[in-house]
Design a protein around this ligand. Structure first.
Ligand SMILES: [Zn+2]
Ligand SMILES: [Zn+2]
Length: 120
């Protein structure tokens, strides 16, 4: 277990950017397929596969935490205000990590209770 090279925080619940990217890609394919290529380019900008931390989903080496990656994508998506609200709702960083915990531990998740009432 090592620190994230971007924020220097200890990486807890390590999920690598490729695994997060897959989630973002699945979402973008539905709402804005034209942006999928750009998403991949954005991921490559900070993609580094080394470190002592292994992703809990795919076991790849990683050294950038889920938070920093999601934040990187968030900054890019700011160009598309109509998407950013939805992105935040789906990929809220802390909630997202909880979501992965549930998924990994195979706990069922009450999505409505989890994301709260839809107030858009
Ligand atoms: Zn970080
Ligand atoms: Zn992974």
């Amino acid at each position: 277990m090592n620190d994230c090279i971007m924020c220097n925080e200890v990486v807890t619940n390590p999920v690598c950017m490729n695994c997060v990217e897959k989630e973002v890609e699945a979402w973008l394919s539905e709402v804005r397929p034209a942006l999928v290529e750009e998403l991949k380019a954005k991921t490559e900008e900070i993609e580094i596969s080394f470190g002592d931390t292994n992703c809990i989903l795919c076991n790849d080496k990683m050294c950038i935490c889920t938070y920093c990656y999601t934040n990187h994508i968030f900054n890019w998506l700011k160009k598309y205000p109509e998407l950013i609200i939805e992105f935040r709702m789906i990929f809220d960083i802390k909630k997202n990590i909880k979501l992965y915990e549930c998924r990994v531990s195979n706990k069922s998740l009450d999505v409505d209770a989890f994301f709260g009432p839809k107030t858009l």
